[in-house]
Design a protein around this ligand. Structure first.
Ligand code: FAD
Ligand code: NAD
Length: 452
């Protein structure tokens, strides 16, 4: 028996939950299908618990900055309140009852299991089958991408999930991948006393960001005692029951109690039945139009679209899909001012294009940079004041294409820059603004001056 409904949402992470909840509230008959936990990766194994862990690590770091600034402080790190907060406050011990109730209270129907397309508008979940009058939304997110390093598949490595569920910090940790996941976790574990080594294949950390930001972050992390190996290729992984070993192409072998693989994420589209709606199940992401339509009556939101693996992208796309399904007017998706923040200390906030991306597009680019320690606020702040601002301007149009705000409040400073990129505020207008003294964001004025 096939049940007739209005909409089926496959995957109830931040993107799917938002679509399904809002459409149910609007009175549609919505089925939300979830294979694991309603809420997805973000609240249970990603954004929320990592930011709780980072908050704890940053508290330790701030306390260690007291000497020479405000007296003396004796700091003894203890992981137990961190592990307890993750269980009690962030994840309810990885129980999604609150999130599931939130959806059903809006009038939605939750079906537990793995959803699969079975032709246009049709979805099966185990023995159950649904036909969706308005359409189907794919919001199945992503999972860790494990690189083909010989031996890696045979060893009990950690992914982000294990790093978040850990009941105590390991004595030593090898982190494969110097991107956002790897570096946020590397720094916070190091602050809790773990001896951390990061192995990154590219020449610098955060290779998708401005190289100046990656270089400064490397300096900061090394200053905190983290060992970095950049431009390093892992050629063999092993585990002898006690210890992990990672052999590098250089001949060096790194060892540690734990190995965290943080080398990116990929959408897993193979088992979704995409071939039944004329789409390629071997694709890396689902291609969509400006209103997130992947095929007639089939929308996609979140990590599966490849527009940026961030919760704010999933939620932004969810709103567009809701409008499309409800027939409400609204603009198509616009990713020009996509913001992203890596919550290391200092935070690395970025929006729009990097200098390299802008030049690769053939644009005439001018850049401006300022360093936080030489701003008034940076000088006042003193210890922990590392940071920089970099602006990328389109010389022909006189507007910002992108910007990086790195510093103690880099993610917050980013907001003004994101508005400037989104609204195409002329650089000339930005130059004649008043920047409050002595804020961290005043460094943006210095970077504007450096734009020339
Ligand atoms: C360690 C870490 C930290 C992060 N920190 C941040 C951050 O600070 N800020 C930020 O913006 N982003 C962050 N992210 C990224 C963020 O978690 C993701 O971009 C976000 O969760 C994506 O949401 P989504 O709805 O696309 O998918 P997901 O959250 O992946 O949810 C997809 C859901 O679909 C379910 N599912 C999959 N296949 C099926 C199926 N066939 N049937 C039924 N259900 C299915 C899954 O079980 C899952 O619950 C972080 C990621 C990681 C790994
Ligand atoms: N604060 C945030 O918003 C936040 C935090 C964490 C994750 N995320 C999201 O999750 C996504 C996944 O994060 P991630 O850090 O896993 O991926 P990533 O793509 O950001 O970084 C992965 C890193 O691993 C490196 N790498 C790949 N293969 C390697 C190999 N074999 N050996 C050594 N290094 C290798 C890459 O060069 C890259 O620097 C991010 O792109 C981001 O969208 C966001």
């Amino acid at each position: 028996m096939t049940e007739q409904v209005d909409v089926v949402v496959i995957g109830m992470g931040p993107g799917g939950e938002q679509v399904a909840g809002r459409l149910a509230e609007a009175g549609l008959n919505v089925v939300g299908v979830e294979a694991e936990l309603v809420g997805g990766e973000c609240p249970y194994w990603a954004c929320v618990p990592t930011k709780m862990m980072i908050r704890a690590g940053n508290l330790l770091a701030e306390a260690r900055r007291v000497p020479g600034m405000a007296g003396t402080a004796e700091v003894r790190a203890d992981w137990s309140p961190v592990a307890a907060r993750i269980r009690d406050e962030a994840t309810d011990d990885w129980n999604d009852r609150v999130a599931a109730d939130r959806f059903t209270d809006k009038g939605g129907r939750l079906v537990r299991g793995r959803g699969r397309l079975d032709g246009p508008g049709r979805v099966t979940v185990g023995e159950q089958s649904f036909e969706a009058r308005h359409g189907v939304v794919i919001a199945t997110g992503s999972r860790p991408q494990i690189p083909p390093v010989p031996g890696l598949a045979e060893v009990p490595y950690w992914t982000n999930r294990d790093a978040i569920a850990a009941k105590e910090p390991p004595r030593s940790l090898l982190v494969l991948g110097g991107g956002a996941v790897g570096l946020e976790l590397a720094q916070l574990y190091a602050r809790f006393g773990t001896a951390v080594t990061v192995v990154e294949a590219m020449d610098g950390l955060l290779p998708a960001d401005e190289p100046e930001a990656g270089a400064l972050l490397a300096e900061v992390l090394e200053g905190e005692g983290i060992t970095l190996r950049t431009g390093a290729r892992a050629v063999q992984a092993r585990h002898d029951g006690e210890e992990f070993g990672l052999a590098l192409e250089s001949g060096e072998e790194l060892t540690a109690q734990q190995l965290l693989v943080a080398t990116g994420r990929r959408a897993d589209l193979a088992e979704l039945g995409l071939e039944t709606v004329g789409l390629d199940p071997g694709a890396h992401t689902l291609s969509t139009d400006g209103h997130l339509l992947a095929a007639p009556g089939l929308w996609a939101v979140g990590d599966v679209t490849g527009h940026g693996a961030f919760t704010h992208v999933a939620m932004y796309e969810a709103e567009i899909v809701c409008r499309a399904v409800l027939g409400e007017p609204g603009p198509p998706a616009d990713y020009r001012a996509l913001p992203r923040v890596t919550f290391t200390d200092p935070e690395v906030g970025a929006v729009g294009l990097t200098e390299r991306q802008a030049r690769d597009k053939g644009l005439r680019v001018r850049t401006g940079m300022s360093r936080l320690p030489s701003s008034a606020r940076g000088w006042i702040h003193k210890t922990g004041n590392e940071g920089l601002y970099k602006l990328v301007a389109d010389e022909d149009r006189g507007v910002l294409l992108g910007a990086t705000a790195m510093g103690p409040a880099g993610g917050e400073v980013l907001y003004g820059l994101a508005v400037a990129v989104q609204a195409e505020v002329p650089v000339e207008t930005l130059r004649h603004m008043i920047f409050a003294y002595p804020t961290f964001h005043r460094g943006v004025e210095d970077a504007l001056r450096d734009l020339g």
